[in-house]
Design a protein around this ligand. Structure first.
Ligand code: SF4
Length: 82
């Protein structure tokens, strides 16, 4: 189970919210309020200090999104989620 998808293999260095996909479910904000907040269009946005948050928590928040609107990249620019 070393490569279980629930584990973070690398440090997350970029977080993107797909604004077209986001349905404003707010789950990501509930899971990681230090990483995401809702804007005035009820779409999630990434907070300025988001990358200081533990990568596992960021990954958990991305996994909690019902429409997989949160896209994560590692330090090499490789997409690691979804
Ligand atoms: S969990 Fe997904 S759909 Fe819900 S607010 Fe966050 S990014 Fe948007």
């Amino acid at each position: 189970m070393a490569n279980s998808p629930t584990q973070t293999p690398v440090k997350i260095s970029k977080i993107v919210v797909d604004r077209e996909a986001c349905i404003g479910a707010v789950t990501c904000v509930v899971v990681a309020p230090d990483v995401f907040e809702m804007d005035n269009e009820n779409i999630a946005v990434v907070k300025p200090d988001a990358l200081k948050v533990d990568s596992n928590k960021i990954l958990m928040a991305a996994q909690s999104c019902p429409v997989q609107a949160i896209i994560l990249y590692d330090e090499t620019g490789k997409q690691i989620f979804p």
